[in-house]
Write a protein that binds this ligand. Structure first.
Ligand code: URA
Length: 252
């Protein structure tokens, strides 16, 4: 692919800006300055630098972010900084069908929720992960205000009614990890679902952290605010996950 086209698809600006970056000698492949914006470069496994910053070519972007507390999963946040400010600008500027769109979060977490969030520029993947047929188990670590007991667990597993829907919602799995620590697995994602489910059994969420989505666990060495590319195997495991499949496997 022509280097100017590579830079454009990866979010380095308009085609004209990308050609300019090359002409100014700011783009290097394998340590060598690329001489001409129309130079052909193989994209498979390609790494390049733009103004000294290293970048890896990805036809589609799939990434995980460790969402910190006090951030909103919105492009136009109302109160807290947007999670998108945690990403480098090429991820926010990747074009999609000719328009600048960047990566989008797959679902949302509340501003005070921390943990694993997936982002991509693959519209079909977003659709698939959100489809009712494909509900991937999501594991939440709940810090509860009041002591947890077996009666609360039984109710969460049997199903509780939330105010906006007479159909009960149930936890796919629920385990008391400590006196105030509950591990809850959900296969759907209603608004404030964990908080409302805990309220429905007479408890209250003090802090909420998502530790896993399907086979993918939040890596222990990914600090709050940091992001990482997903590998092809991780993407495939998420794409082909089925509800009820054990949430084990590819942690990294
Ligand atoms: N459930 C909630 O209540 N909040 C979240 O952020 C995610 C699930």
């Amino acid at each position: 692919m022509r280097i100017e086209e590579i830079l454009y698809t990866q979010g380095f600006g308009t085609r004209r800006v990308c050609a300019g970056l090359v002409q100014q000698g700011l783009v290097r492949v394998a340590g060598k300055v690329v001489a001409d914006a129309s130079d052909d470069v193989p994209v498979d496994g390609l790494r390049f630098t733009v103004q000294g910053t290293e970048w890896a070519y990805h036809e589609k972007a799939y990434l995980m972010l460790h969402k910190p507390a006090g951030t909103e999963c919105s492009q136009k946040p109302s109160t807290y900084p947007s999670i998108y400010t945690l990403l480098p600008s090429p991820l926010r500027l990747r074009p999609n069908k000719g328009a600048v769109q960047g990566v989008q979060a797959i679902g949302r977490l509340d501003q005070d929720t921390t943990g694993l969030l997936l982002l991509t520029d693959d519209g079909q993947f977003i659709h698939r992960m959100g489809s009712p047929k494909h509900h991937v188990p999501k594991v939440y670590e709940v810090s509860a205000k009041h002591p947890l007991d077996d009666a609360q667990v039984a109710k969460l597993l049997a199903g509780v009614v939330l105010d906006d829907d007479p159909k009960p919602v149930r936890a796919a799995a629920c385990e008391i990890v400590g006196p105030l620590h509950l591990r809850l697995t959900l296969t759907e994602g209603k608004y404030h679902q964990v908080k409302r489910m805990l309220a429905a059994v007479g408890n209250r969420v003090e802090a909420l952290h998502r530790s896993r989505i399907g086979a993918l666990a939040l890596p222990a060495d990914l600090a709050p605010g940091q992001w990482r590319w997903l590998g092809a195997q991780q993407v495939e495991a998420l794409r082909s996950a089925r509800p009820g499949q054990p949430a084990e496997g590819l942690d990294r």
